[in-house]
Design a protein around this ligand. Sequence first.
Ligand SMILES: N[C@@H](CCC(=O)N[C@@H](CS)C(=O)NCC(=O)O)C(=O)O
Length: 207
Amino acid sequence: MAKPVFYYCPRTRADTVMWMNEELGGVCDVKVVNLKSGEHKQPEFLKINPMGKVPALVHDGVNVTESAAICAYLADAFFDKGFAPPLNDPKRGAYFRWMFYAPSCIEPMMLDKLGGVKRENPMAAGYGTEADVLKSIDVALSAGPYILGDKVSAADIVMGSLLNFATMFGAIEKKGKIADYIDRMTARPACVKMQEISAKYASELGL
Ligand SMILES: N[C@@H](CCC(=O)N[C@@H](CS)C(=O)NCC(=O)O)C(=O)O
């Protein structure tokens, strides 16, 4: 199997995928996309991601975008590394549920909160209310120590990375179960390595 090519810029959501890549032992070829110089809006990159955003992945001629989708894709492509439950495992439900919950509910709630956006109608807002999101995160983390119980999975990389950002930016308070989970996840060697890589590229690019 050819190596996936991972289009990366430090200090962005691409760090989530870099973390996933490190968990898998560095399975991707990394191509740095310089957001500062606008490389991500050049025709060549727009063919890969018409959004002109990182992260993106190209593997066997297939383009994959969206951080959570890339993490899920890599976990399946390198299934032997144990970051996705097998097809017939009932844990697959919780795995996808929380993998998608992070970008479709936690992130919009976080961005609305940080941007001071008030949703008048929680029935129409996909995430409901901030309180609904916090209750759901509590449910997601209740199996512990990881989302699927004893075994870490790609859903934890997505959730751990987003919760870390959300608490760093003050959208979610870092306390209780959430604080324990973030500390457990960010202490993983792959996360520490990702932070080093991100810092190194950020300094090279002057970001
Ligand atoms: N939903 C996307 C969001 C990706 C995204 O917004 N990336 C930002 C960096 S964090 C980006 O590339 N921004 C550059 C731009 O929009 O010009 C994902 O999760 O991958």
